[in-house]
Design a binder for this molecule. Structure first.
Ligand code: SF4
Length: 154
């Protein structure tokens, strides 16, 4: 087992005053997913305002899990070891799966960090199972991020 030596996010947030809500279901995870977790390493996953609110409602502090990019968009932080702060490397599972950022539920479609165009992550062994309708839905997500970035840049 790989020992995770990076700083840990608070795994048991004490603040649970708000009902956090769950991530809307975009589509069900591929039943044949081998849980390799590649999608949770070196993440550049962008965060919608509601993603940030949902994770904050669980008790996590924004500065623990998010960092700004140069366009004013927020994205998930990686630990110094290079994986998303929410990936539990002991179990291989996402600590916030039911509340994860909406973009995570679009995987294996990811947005290009610069152009914000959706494309398939070639590292995902199941990328070839993506359907055209899924790409169309990801384009709507991309439009939201472009709109947020446009407003942030004035
Ligand atoms: S939030 Fe969860 S699903 Fe998304 S990159 Fe992090 S560990 Fe993976």
């Amino acid at each position: 087992m790989i020992k995770d030596t990076g700083p840990r996010i608070n795994t048991a947030p004490r603040v649970r005053r708000l009902h956090p809500g769950r991530t809307p279901t975009v589509w069900r995870a591929r039943s044949s997913c081998i849980a390799c977790n590649l999608c949770c390493w070196d993440t550049e996953m962008l965060l919608l305002p509601e993603d940030v609110e949902r994770l904050e409602a669980l008790g996590y502090r924004r500065e623990e899990f998010a960092e700004p990019d140069d366009r004013g968009l927020l994205r998930l932080r990686n630990t110094p070891r290079g994986h998303c702060v929410f990936l539990d490397t002991r179990t291989g599972r996402c600590r916030v799966y039911e509340h994860r950022p909406l973009g995570c539920s679009f995987y294996p479609i990811v947005l290009d960090p610069r152009s914000l165009e959706p494309h398939l992550d070639p590292e995902c062994p199941l990328a070839h199972t993506t359907r055209p309708g899924e790409i169309r839905r990801a384009r709507a997500l991309a439009r939201r991020f472009r709109s947020i970035a446009g407003r942030a840049q004035g």
